[in-house]
Design a protein around this ligand. Structure first.
Ligand code: CTP
Ligand code: MG
Length: 393
């Protein structure tokens, strides 16, 4: 297979407008969406696109600020970025950007900084279509509203929306054609494919994206802010995992209590409480998942009311603590390492009892350790639990 030559792509990001309709007290590109400006968000979309040069067209007096945003967005790749100052109209600003292109650029994309949330895939689709067709390329969305042609406030006729689409950016072009069109331009056009088509060149469409909407009015800025907010929200609704381990030595008074069950005839475990390592591991795992400390901070030796308490009592209390903190328990998986007791015949009984105490599914597994370690030597029992919780308020 031969090597496919990759045309060198430049993106001109026009950011020189004043943002009259947004009226936010600063040039639109420097208005914050969250902690980052409109320009910074627009550049984050460009960073991920396969480009060799990025030209930012900045408002008068703001080239230094644009450079700072470029360095924040591009990091080590900031040498790809050229900043120039724009003109009084968008078309003049694009012309200023064209004047800064490097000699070996073959494909040019022109992008509105105001379309700050444009996903990188749109850039990829536009570049691929310019390469495939050699034409101008515009990303589009279907028109959803019913359209009317009006004179003043009177409707003349309904307009069939079927052949209509809404144009977005980035719009892509073979560099040589776009430069020739700009050099010969005599009238202002609202976008680059309009100018390109007016000069007789063909323009193809690719799918745009709803996220590519242009931030024009305060309502658009609100929409962008709402769209960026889910990131934090999602983090808080993701489940949270916790792990707990407990070990007890054989040699306690009375019969064994493990996994909430009594095991007549089996040696007991030593402990401040009943030594139920399985219940204690579950308690630690659930508390850890909910960020509520551990068994020591909640039921330690400074809490005499829990001395000798059964593991099931701890589980019921943990269930309350977790619910009070605003969490639901998803499930718990616990594994016991011990030579004795043999869990196989009582596993279902243990799972049912623990599940009832905790109010969430608990699965119990048991294993021996091939004669190795303290569990293999029959000195004690070890249990490890993993718990999943999720925030419900
Ligand atoms: N633009 C530009 N130079 C201009 C005018 C506009 O670079 N002289 C850019 C804007 O920065 C924006 C894009 O073109 O990224 C689309 O323009 P628009 O949404 O109209 O932005 P503004 O002109 O800044 O807003 P307004 O028309 O409300 O003043
Ligand atoms: Mg404008």
């Amino acid at each position: 297979m031969g090597i496919i030559p990759v045309p060198r792509v430049a993106v001109i990001v026009v950011a020189a407008g004043s943002g009259t309709r947004l009226a936010a007290g600063a040039p639109k590109a420097f208005v914050g969406i969250d902690e980052h400006s409109i320009l910074r968000h627009a550049l984050e979309g460009v960073v991920a696109a396969p480009t060799a040069q990025v030209v930012i067209v900045a408002p008068h007096g703001r080239a230094g600020d644009a450079q700072t945003e470029a360095e924040a967005a591009f990091g080590e790749r900031a040498d790809l970025v050229t900043v120039v100052v724009g003109g009084d109209t968008r078309q003049q600003s694009v012309a200023a950007g064209l004047g800064a292109l490097w000699a070996d650029v073959e494909i040019v994309l022109v992008h509105d900084a105001a379309r700050a949330l444009t996903p990188p895939e749109v850039f990829e689709r536009v570049i691929a279509e310019v390469e495939r067709t050699g034409a101008g390329v515009v990303p589009v969305r279907p028109v959803v509203d019913t359209l009317k042609r009006v004179t003043g406030r009177v409707v003349d006729e309904a307009v069939d929306r079927a052949p209509l689409v809404a144009a977005q950016t980035p719009q892509g072009f073979p560099r040589a054609l776009l430069e020739a069109v700009y050099a010969g331009a005599t009238e202002e056009h609202t976008d680059d494919t309009a100018l390109f088509a007016a000069a007789g060149h063909s323009v193809h469409t690719v799918a745009g994206d709803d996220l590519s909407f242009k931030i024009t009015t305060p309502a658009d800025l609100d929409r962008a802010r709402h769209l960026l907010r889910p990131a934090a929200h999602t983090a808080s609704v993701l489940p949270l995992v916790g792990i707990g381990t407990d070990v007890h030595a054989f040699g306690g008074d009375g019969a064994l209590r493990l996994a909430g069950l009594e095991w007549p005839g089996e040696p007991g475990l030593r402990g401040h409480s009943d030594g139920d390592a399985v219940a204690h591991a579950i308690v630690d795992a659930v508390l850890a998942a909910a960020g509520l400390g551990d068994i020591g901070t909640n039921f330690g030796v400074d809490r005499p009311e829990y001395a000798g308490a059964s593991g099931v009592v701890f589980l019921r209390r943990v269930r309350e603590l977790v619910a009070e903190a605003g969490f639901a328990i998803g499930n718990v998986s616990v594994q016991v390492q011990a030579n004795r007791p043999r869990f196989a015949s009582r596993r279902a009984e243990a799972e049912a009892l623990l599940t009832q105490a905790l109010g969430a599914p608990v699965s119990v597994a048991a294993t021996t350790t091939d004669g190795l370690g303290f569990t293999g030597a029959g000195e004690g029992v070890s249990a490890t639990a993993v718990a999943l919780v999720h925030r419900i308020r």
